[in-house]
Design a binder for this molecule. Structure first.
Ligand SMILES: Cc1ncc(COP(=O)(O)O)c(C=O)c1O
Length: 390
């Protein structure tokens, strides 16, 4: 087989060999990574290894600790952070709650600026802080997007935190995180990005984006499983933030077993809580390793080809694309407007095509393991179901 190279002359990954590691494609046209990433045999092997260890060894705390630290380092590499800036959590929500519990909303800074693009858990956690004196300011979508200028109107000297999604779970719109973070910094506010819909699909560097906090999880484009997430906290801030959501794994010395006081770790581990999600750590490290091996530049290029194909197929068929079509304004998901999105998802499911819906949108979310034939198959099926599309 002839090896393809990219424009810098670097050999491209062998996409079909990679795809072969995801058995779901033997039976399904799976284009639903915004909900769940496809499961690789590498991840299955690691989960089996956990079960075998438990069955045969009982428990192996030392290996578990090593895996937990491997997960921490791997996430640090993903985000351009250092391991002591990463908390391994049980969900993205757990990380957001940890940050929320450590913020105060007085001293003239009580506002939390969010947007219409937030995932429910993010919005709900910030609205919950209104019980603690916060005021949530919501930046609306306008004409299918939220430009930086809309944030400029909302962030002011009373803003404690700007909490935004990198990519919207509903329609795939991508915010200009770096520009919004710059605005926030100029006005003295902190910035948190929820990258759950973006991490694993494109390079993201917390220092380059200049954010204070980042949260995400492993079940989607990071190819792991549910029940595990992570939080990045900027090193300079960590010791000034004292979470009141805590637990024994958040203490300076986990095994001090001190029942007389709260002594948080000097690292981002202070945002952890109880026993780590051990089995999920096995899965998450295996999934993330695949992402690192393939490389985020290559993955972003592959996804751009596939989302480009989706957009042009939708345009040719006359369907309504609700995602902003400028490639700098969307992530790995393209959404189409539907009269009845759940019925459309079900009808496609009967044809062994797996996609998902939110609101009135059909969400099509490819990853590097998809190919042009997957998209062709989807659009051939949509042609039969065009009465459900707008
Ligand atoms: C952008 C975003 N944030 C957060 C979550 C949920 O995270 P968790 O369930 O780990 O708290 C999701 C899940 O779909 C998501 O898409």
């Amino acid at each position: 087989m002839q090896q393809t190279v990219n424009k810098e002359g670097v050999p491209a990954p062998d996409w079909e060999a990679l795809r072969a590691r995801f058995p779901v494609f033997q039976k399904k046209t799976y284009i639903n990574s915004c909900s769940y990433g496809a499961l690789a045999i590498d991840v299955e092997t690691e989960v089996q290894r956990y079960l075998r260890d438990r069955l045969e060894e009982g428990c192996d705390w030392n290996y578990w600790v090593e895996r937990n630290e491997a997960a921490r380092s791997s996430v640090a590499r993903l985000l351009g952070a250092t391991p002591d800036e990463i908390a391994v959590t049980t969900s993205a929500s757990a990380g957001i709650n940890g940050i929320a519990s450590a913020l105060d909303f007085d001293q003239g800074r009580h506002k939390v600026v969010i947007s219409d693009y937030e995932f429910p858990t993010d919005a709900q956690i910030w609205y919950a802080q209104e019980l603690r004196g916060a005021e949530v300011v919501r930046v609306p979508e306008n004409d299918g997007y939220i430009p930086v200028e809309s944030f400029a109107a909302a962030i002011d000297e009373q803003t404690r935190l700007v909490a935004i999604s990198q990519v919207c779970f509903r329609n795939g719109a991508r915010l200009d995180v770096r520009a919004i973070a710059k605005l926030a910094r100029e006005r003295g506010a902190l910035v948190m990005v929820d990258g759950y819909q973006g991490f694993g699909t494109m390079p993201f560097d917390v220092r380059d984006a200049d954010v204070d906090f980042a949260v995400g999880g492993h079940v989607k484009y990071l190819l792991g499983t549910a029940g595990i997430g992570f939080l990045y906290a900027r090193r300079e801030l960590i010791e000034s933030l004292v979470p009141t959501v805590t637990g024994w794994f958040a203490q300076r010395d986990i095994f001090a077993m001190d029942t007389t006081r709260y002594d948080p770790s000097p690292t981002a581990r202070r945002f952890e809580a109880g026993t780590p999600p051990v089995i999920n750590i096995y899965a998450a490290t295996a999934g993330l390793e695949i992402v690192h091996d393939v490389g985020l530049e290559a993955i972003a290029g592959r996804i751009a080809e596939l989302t480009g194909q989706i957009k042009s197929s939708a345009r040719d068929a006359g369907y309504t694309i609700v995602t902003p079509t400028d490639p700098s304004r969307h992530g790995a998901m393209i959404a189409l407007r539907s009269h009845d999105a759940p019925a459309l998802v079900a009808a496609l499911g009967e044809r062994d095509i797996v996609v998902s819906d939110r609101d009135s949108n059909l969400r099509i979310s490819p990853h590097f393991y998809n190919n042009a034939q997957d998209i062709d198959r989807l659009f051939a099926a949509l042609a039969d179901l065009a009465n459900l599309l707008v």
